[in-house]
Design a protein. Structure first.
Length: 308
């Protein structure tokens, strides 16, 4: 159980679920020609999960003192697991993920794609060791890593299967995945800033320069509210132009109930939030929106299928 907590097993399941829904709940349902066999795609998911697990572990190693203040009951490294064991697990997961990525890149004759796994691993390491302490930069880095886990499915499954005949249609699928990755980035960026608000006491004691420490809690909360409003407006625009106008009413209702409503709640709540408990609630709300956003792809495609 302690190892599952160390690698954030629930978060890893969400990443794997997201990639599987993109392939089987979106691309496969749309009968898109894909490059990877099922077992090869399973390796891609495994590689992504391993690298993400390594990122969580190195983050816990570097956050031992901060976490002892912010969440003392959840500290694992240095208590349940030694620091040396944690480092071994970090290197093991990261190297295994990179090696699988190297194999898959060669398998589809795109050797340069191996760089994606290296870049993602570096982003997670730099975030944990350096840039997490710098306002906004750390939030951007970790959110980029999540966005890459979306884009990588298109890079390995769509691009190698693209030729002169299907190029136009394949580029449309890639654009849709990119749009989804941007929205995933935006939601995770919001959640990362909220987590900084939640952890401000421990971060301040460690000399970090996160956004709440630089701007203050009240101003940062208003920044979060503004970004969340922007995300909500973009989502409403998408619902109106791509769902309602297409007669996809089930997907529209789903989006309004499980995506838009929690975001509106977050905007209202964050405006007055001041305690660690309130920011923890908001972090969980955005995490739930991310989860329902993953399922949203499947809901839209099932709605299209049964409407046809």
């Amino acid at each position: 159980m302690k190892y599952l907590k160390l690698i954030r097993f629930q978060n890893l399941l969400m990443i794997a679920l997201m990639q599987c829904i993109i392939r089987y709940g979106f691309l496969k349902l749309q009968k898109v020609e894909l490059a990877l066999a099922d077992w090869q795609f399973a390796l891609l998911v495994l590689s992504t999960v391993f690298i993400a697990a390594g990122g969580y572990i190195i983050n816990d190693i570097m956050d031992q003192e901060t976490d002892s203040i912010n969440r003392p009951n959840q500290v694992i490294v240095g208590r349940s697991i030694s620091e040396s064991m944690a480092y071994n697990l970090y290197f093991g997961f990261t190297i295994a993920g990179a090696l699988i990525g190297f194999y898959l890149s060669n398998l589809i004759y795109r050797d340069n794609f191996f760089g994606i796994f290296i870049i993602t691993s570096l982003l997670l390491y730099i975030y944990a060791t350096s840039f997490k302490q710098i306002a906004v930069i750390g939030n951007i880095l970790v959110s980029l890593a999540l966005a890459l886990s979306v884009i990588i499915v298109g890079l390995f499954d769509i691009i190698p299967a693209t030729d002169q005949v299907n190029r136009f249609q394949m580029m449309l699928w890639l654009e849709l995945l990119f749009d989804y990755a941007v929205f995933a980035f935006l939601l995770n960026f919001i959640r990362e800033i909220i987590k900084d608000l939640e952890d401000i006491n421990g971060d301040y004691n460690q000399g970090m320069r996160t956004l709440p420490i630089v701007l203050g809690v009240s101003r940062t909360a208003k920044v979060v509210a503004l970004i969340t409003v922007i995300a909500t407006v973009i989502l409403l625009w998408y619902i109106n132009n791509h769902l309602m106008n297409s007669g996809l009413y089930i997907a529209t209702i789903y989006a309004l109930v499980f995506l838009v409503s929690p975001l509106i709640f977050a905007v209202v709540k964050v405006w007055t939030a001041a305690t660690q408990k309130e920011f923890h609630l908001l972090s969980n709300v955005i995490k739930a929106v991310i989860f329902f956003g993953i399922l949203f792809i499947l809901i839209v495609n099932l709605n299209i299928k049964f409407n046809a």
